[in-house]
Design a protein around this ligand. Structure first.
Ligand SMILES: Cc1cc2nc3c(=O)[nH]c(=O)nc-3n(C[C@H](O)[C@H](O)[C@H](O)COP(=O)(O)O)c2cc1C
Length: 147
C-alpha cells in the first residue's frame, strides 16, 4: 500500500475518567474490542489506565481515528473525555501495538519522581504525550496475545 492510498496519518491523545471501578473485566473487554478493530484498520496505540483515569494514544488514518474517537466519546464506561493533543504525522510512536496496556499509578515511584504534579487535565498535551512515552518505556506494556 502506498503512503498516498493510506491517506493522512494522525496521532491523538485524550484523557477521561472511568465510570465505576477499573476492573480487569472492564479492561479486558475494552482491549478485546480494541485489538480486533484496531488491527483491522491498521490503528496502533496505547491505553494507560489506573487511578480512575484513562489516557489513550491512537495512531492511524485520519478518517479511521475520527470514526473511532466518535465511538469512544459515546462509550458510557468513561466520562469527561478531553482531547489533549492531535497531530498529523508520518511516523508512528506505537506502531508495534494494536493497543498496548500500561497501568497508571500515581504512587508509582517513576511517575512520582519524574512527574510529581501529574494531572493530565491541567497539563499541555505534548507534555502528557511525553509522560505516556516515559510510562511505556518504564512500564513494560502488555499486549493481549493474538486470538
Ligand atoms: C477507554 C476506552 C478505550 C477504548 N479504546 C478502543 C480502541 O482503541 N479501539 C476500539 O475499537 N474500541 C475502543 N474502545 C471501545 C469503543 O468505545 C466502543 O465500545 C467500540 O468501538 C464498539 O463500538 P460500537 O458499540 O459503537 O460498535 C474503547 C473504550 C474505552 C472506554
Amino acid at each position: 500500500m502506498t503512503a498516498l492510498s493510506q491517506g493522512i496519518q494522525v496521532r491523538m491523545l485524550y484523557v477521561s475518567h472511568a465510570v465505576g471501578p477499573q476492573s480487569t473485566t472492564m479492561t479486558h473487554s475494552i482491549l478485546m474490542q480494541a485489538q480486533a478493530h484496531n488491527r483491522a484498520h491498521n490503528i496502533s496505540g496505547v491505553l494507560c489506565q489506573g487511578q480512575g483515569f484513562f489516557l489513550q494514544v491512537l495512531e492511524g488514518q485520519r478518517s479511521h481515528i475520527n470514526a473511532l474517537y466518535g465511538r469512544i466519546l459515546a462509550d458510557t464506561r468513561h466520562k469527561d473525555v478531553e482531547l489533549l493533543h492531535w497531530e498529523e504525522t508520518t511516523q508512528r510512536l506505537f506502531g508495534r501495538w494494536a493497543m498496548a496496556l500500561v497501568h497508571l499509578s500515581v504512587n508509582d515511584p517513576m511517575v512520582k519522581l519524574h512527574h510529581p504534579d501529574f494531572d493530565p487535565y491541567a497539563a499541555p498535551g505534548p507534555r502528557v504525550l511525553q509522560q505516556v512515552l516515559d510510562l511505556v518505556k518504564s512500564g513494560q506494556p502488555i499486549e493481549l496475545p493474538a486470538q
